[in-house]
Ligand binder design. Structure first.
Ligand SMILES: [Fe+2]
Length: 341
């Protein structure tokens, strides 16, 4: 009878075997292995349980064969649908095959959903809420956002929070307290964000025109006259000298607690609009009284490309007569020392 397989040593000291089958076809391998299972497995265990079979490409065409081969090693090949495994890792057709990959959808988890499968918009479930470039003073008034390329539905939305209504919903006592306080806003890349400070990252030496800028926690809109909350996400505030100028500093200080409370308050679902983008949409948002953020999208699979402009010129009475904080007064480059931004 023709030898259908050969056992070879794999590593030194009798550790492991390489089993060469006469045919690379998976059906032939299965047949040969099945009819010689006792012998092959005794070699396998004698070699301390390590085996290599090369050239198994034909399994790609019939993944079930991997399950059948697996069964030769034990009575139960596990069904991953029943083993506390995320569905992201399930094989399309075989419940016993787990996908391990850096490719979508295995690469990273989708965004958190609420218990009834709605998008969680509220901080801290949803992060990166901000008003554009609030680390400048005066900050820009309006942002215009044009969708050039968009990910599939339910990904990469832009959320917008109405901080005028959020302000109105505060108690008069809280508004009175906030009236005397100022937030300190900083770029995310200078080592002053909550995360950077908590990790002990280096704090960048900043030129005068790059330094964090303060803004009142309550701003009065120059057109409507209404008050609104003005705080940003923890990435865009200064947790070294802030985030609230007049309160205890640092990521665990009273100022940090207040910012988290105000962010969670402002981003309640009742204050939030969720925009599902279509190519060609132009969304315009007033930075003076709105916060916004983008939701998760599968950036490894899809493009999301927006064109943005920001408009300034009427920031409100708090800024009357001020020069632009971000204009270097000493002839230095505007982004000097910020090459990593
Ligand atoms: Fe933005």
């Amino acid at each position: 009878m023709k030898q259908t397989y050969r056992i070879n040593e794999l590593a030194q000291g009798g550790f492991g075997i390489r089993v060469d089958f006469a045919s690379g076809d998976i059906e032939d391998v299965l047949a040969a292995f099945s009819s010689n299972a006792d012998a092959i497995l005794s070699h396998f265990y004698a070699a301390r349980g390590l085996m290599l079979i090369e050239g198994m490409h034909s399994v790609f065409e019939r993944p079930r064969a991997l399950v059948e081969l697996s069964r030769l090693f034990g009575s139960e090949v596990e069904n991953y649908h029943q083993t506390l495994t995320s569905p992201r890792f399930f094989h399309d057709s075989e419940e016993e095959i787990l996908i391990l990959s850096n490719e979508p959808p295995c690469n990273h988890p989708p965004p958190p959903r609420s218990h009834d499968d709605r998008l969680n918009v509220q901080f801290p479930h949803q992060v990166n809420w901000h008003s554009d470039q609030s680390y400048r003073r005066p900050p820009p008034d309006i942002t215009l956002l044009l969708a050039v390329r968009t990910p599939p539905p339910d990904q990469g939305q832009t959320l917008v929070a109405d901080c005028t209504s959020a302000c109105a919903a505060l108690t008069p006592e809280t508004r009175e307290r906030l009236r005397h306080l100022n937030g300190l806003h900083a770029p995310s890349w200078v080592g002053r964000s909550r995360e950077a400070v908590e990790k002990g990252e280096p704090i960048l030496d900043l030129l005068p025109h790059q330094r964090p800028q303060r803004h009142p926690l309550l701003r009065q809109h120059p057109v409507s006259g209404e008050q609104s909350l003005f705080v940003c996400e923890e990435k865009q505030m200064d947790f070294v000298d802030g985030p609230v100028v007049e309160l205890e500093t640092g990521p665990n200080g009273e100022g940090a607690r207040l910012i988290r409370e105000l962010l969670a308050h402002s981003t309640q679902e009742k204050f939030v609009y969720s925009h599902q983008w279509q190519v060609g949409d132009l969304l315009i948002a007033d930075n003076r009284n709105l916060l916004h953020c983008a939701t998760w999208y599968d950036a490894d699979s899809y493009s999301r490309l927006m064109w943005r402009t920001t408009v300034m010129g009427n920031p409100g009475h708090e800024y009357v007569g001020e020069r632009k904080s971000w204009t270097p007064g000493d002839g230095s480059e505007i982004m000097a020392g910020m090459d990593h931004a």
